[in-house]
Design a protein. Sequence first.
Length: 149
Amino acid sequence: MTHFSCLDELRAAPEGPLGRSSWRPVDQATISAFAELTGDRQWIHVDPVRAAAGPFGAPVAHGFLVLSLIPAMLAEVLRVDGVRSVVNYGLDRVRFPAPVTAGDSIRADAHLLETVPVGEAVQVRCRVSVEVDRGGKPCCVADSLFRFA
């Protein structure tokens, strides 16, 4: 974890690695619950029998499920004391280079790209590569923006 004692310390931070989150399991129950919440019930996500015969040999997690886990994983690697709020400001470039299959575990590897003052706040841009425990390409790479105030 990278820890900043105050907003000014974050504001002055150089580009560099922030750290890695812990491994987070992505099981079929999580994938199915996400499918229900979003209405994206494609067989490749929710039908284990049919998905086993599909292109990945198992059900795959939605890319947006993986993306939605980034703020929680990033909170494990970046801490700033003395702030009133942290707002997820959005995303820039997002890619899903590899699938996450049911039963895999994922973790975030975060790299600070820049800090930009925005009034009293500091906007942080992090490149987050989400790794899969079985190795290979990351399953998601995103430039994530947060505002600390």
